[in-house]
Design a protein around this ligand. Structure first.
Ligand code: NAP
Length: 264
């Protein structure tokens, strides 16, 4: 149902700290009506400002139908850089619906002196490299994709996931910890040392919430196998909530005026 007060309507595709920060900034400003959409796989809704919608849309077609039904003026894709499916759906749905779309991206990580990173394209490639680096592996790739590491090699895993798993993970010898970022460097270093980690595997997610493990790995001279980021979705892209707010206002100002829906 369109916003009855004539405020523009925004859909934030969320599931990230950036989406949460944007929602907080929009809630404080109060001049834009917005809803944050979450895939709904975790319980990370607590304290999220504004309206929240949980669950998939049913592909690009379902998302396009939602945009029309809710009279959405602008979509901000603030999803994780590795959430490629929902981003691709947003591209198609917005094109079909004639709705503007902005990507809220995260700054990429860059190796600095002392980093021992090996970049790979896939989880399978990361798994195949592990035996040459050691036996004890810290895996921070999330829950999906863990099966790629069930290779039968004689490896031990410390697997960090966002929430306690409701079923055993598809890894052999492992310890599972459930925790959400941000993680600080000292705690990450302790974790690596206490678990005698030989090698770290992570996604090139970027940003500052989860880079503590990389700083700790550098300090301990540990190798890191980094899954490369997929290419970003096309179209206008900003990093940082301040830049996103500015871009949102500019894009909304450029839209043709919409008639207010009378309040019955
Ligand atoms: P994905 O592979 O791109 O999407 C799979 C399906 O989940 C989509 O087709 C869509 O279902 C639904 N979906 C995903 N994000 C959604 C959202 N924000 N709102 C509504 N539906 C959504 O996504 P993913 O990699 O599984 O990630 C799921 C969510 O977790 C994303 O919101 C992402 O921001 C967050 N996240 C992902 C990662 C990661 O490493 N991939 C890390 C941290 C957080 P329908 O086709 O039915 O619409």
């Amino acid at each position: 149902m369109p916003a009855p007060d004539g405020r523009p309507r925004l859909l934030i595709l969320g599931g990230t700290g950036e989406a949460r920060a944007l929602a907080a900034a929009l809630a404080e400003a109060g001049d834009i009506d917005f809803v944050t959409a979450l895939a709904g796989r975790t319980s990370a809704v607590a304290g999220l400002p504004g309206h929240v919608r949980r669950g998939g849309f049913g592909g690009a077609t379902g998302l396009a139908a939602y945009l029309a039904a809710e009279a959405i003026d602008l979509v901000v894709d603030a999803t994780h850089p590795f959430a490629t499916q929902i981003s691709a759906h947003a591209v198609v749905a917005c094109e079909q619906s004639g709705v503007e779309r902005l990507v809220l991206d995260r700054p990429a990580w860059r190796p600095t002196a002392g980093d021992r990173w090996t970049e790979v394209a896939t989880l399978a490639e990361a798994a195949s490299l592990l035996p040459r680096y050691g036996r004890r592996v810290f895996l921070t790739i999330g829950r999906q994709g863990l099966a790629a590491f069930a290779t039968g090699d004689d490896l031990w895993f410390l697997a960090r996931v966002a929430e306690p798993p409701d079923a055993p993970l598809p890894l052999g010898d492992c310890r599972v910890i459930a925790a959400r970022g941000p993680f600080d460097v000292a705690a990450e270093r302790r974790l690596l040392e206490e678990n005698a980690i030989d090698v770290l595997v992570c996604k090139a997610s970027g940003g500052t919430a989860t880079d503590g493990k990389l700083i700790a790995a550098r300090a301990l001279d540990l190798p890191v196998i980094m899954i490369r980021r997929p290419p970003p979705p096309p179209g206008p892209r900003v990093t940082g909530v301040g830049a996103a707010l500015d871009a949102v206002r500019t894009m909304l100002d450029a839209l043709p005026c919409r008639e207010e829906t009378p309040v019955s």
